[in-house]
Ligand binder design. Structure first.
Ligand code: MRU
Length: 326
């Protein structure tokens, strides 16, 4: 099943805030509803946000009284993953061709997602098996699976390819505070795929690597910029530091639609800062004393020199060896 799709005259998504409790579908009939769903992470992950942006324009064309304002709000609903604005802009370019052409363009983007993810997953798996003997143990962060895309997954696409080739030993999954995408979503996906996995607290990740549990770190990305810096869920950067120290590869799996050649380096990417309330609570239950201040930085930048390789559907770039993405 696709994470996000078009049904008749509206968008349907799997509500990711409800997982792993149940697979609950959410129908989104206006751009306002879509923007709210994006901001509360009912639909999330860079490629899925690209699909949301694309389908959102199709929805705006059909339902909005002020399509321009609605589309601007949609484009800005979350700032860090480049896919959202890119999905909006790709489909907007067909506006003059009428609502059917707009929808067709959006559906093309959705169809390409699975194709790209399978290709980059295969390429990433081959890159790893060319360098690592025997079954591979992977450490991952956040959720870069089918739920973060339309289908299949990016980092978990690599994991799935390894699994299909009988070359996967184990996956270590960071829980990914504060919203627990690793614990709630990645562990759920891996269980459904029959992939052996172990959940660890985020702070344990570097020690898991230092102790040799994993052969490689494989993560997704929200934006990859020209010099090879990688923006991804907060907590990715410490894994890259630990991977370098442990002497194991740090592999980023992302489609070309996540590459932003217009931005020279990661310090120029807008990093989303979310409501501190998410940090002051655990799974919805308040944990910090009343009056505590929280800073909720949602993404970090892994500098290019710590990124062993970036794998896309078209290519492999090795920033740590000085290769540029653009
Ligand atoms: C294939 S998804 C890659 C990234 O989007 C993912 O790792 C991530 O950081 C998602 O963050 P989120 O805040 O859950 O949208």
């Amino acid at each position: 099943m696709r994470t996000i799709d078009w049904r008749g005259d509206h968008i349907v998504v799997i509500d990711q805030t409800k997982l792993p409790g149940g697979v609950v579908e959410l129908s989104l009939r206006t751009v306002d509803e879509l923007v709210i769903a994006i901001q509360r992470l009912a639909v999330r992950g860079a490629p899925a946000l690209g699909a949301a942006g694309a389908l959102g324009v199709a929805l705006a064309v059909r339902t909005s009284r002020e399509p321009e304002a609605d589309i601007a709000a949609l484009r800005a609903a979350r700032p860090t993953a480049v896919n959202l604005a890119r999905g909006v802009d790709r489909v907007l370019a067909r506006l003059d061709d009428g609502p059917e052409a707009v929808l067709a363009e959006a559906l093309d983007l959705l169809a390409e997602d699975g194709v790209c993810n399978r290709a980059l997953g295969d390429r990433g798996a081959s890159w790893l098996t060319d360098r690592i003997d025997g079954p591979v143990a992977v450490h991952t962060h956040c959720n870069a699976g089918g739920l973060a895309c339309v289908e299949w997954g990016t980092a978990l696409g690599v994991v799935r390819s390894l699994h299909d080739r009988n070359r996967l030993r184990h996956v270590y999954v960071d829980e990914t505070r504060p919203l627990l995408q690793g614990a709630r979503l990645t562990a759920w996906e891996l269980a459904h795929l029959g992939v052996p996995h172990t959940l660890v607290a985020d702070a344990a990740g570097p020690t898991v690597l230092a102790r040799g549990f994993a052969d490689a770190v494989v993560v997704g990305a929200d934006r990859v910029v020209a010099n090879g810096d990688v923006v991804n869920k907060i907590g990715t950067y410490p894994l890259a530091l630990a991977a370098a120290r442990a002497g194991i590869p740090f592999l980023v799996a992302a489609p070309e639609s996540t590459v932003d050649a217009s931005i020279p380096s990661g310090d120029q990417v807008e990093i989303e800062v979310r409501d501190g309330a998410e940090v002051l609570a655990f799974a919805g239950t308040r944990t910090a004393p009343a009056g505590t201040q929280a800073l909720n930085i949602a993404f970090d930048v892994t500098p290019a020199d710590l990124v062993t390789a970036i794998v896309t559907e078209d290519r492999i770039v090795e920033p740590a060896r000085g290769e540029r993405v653009a």
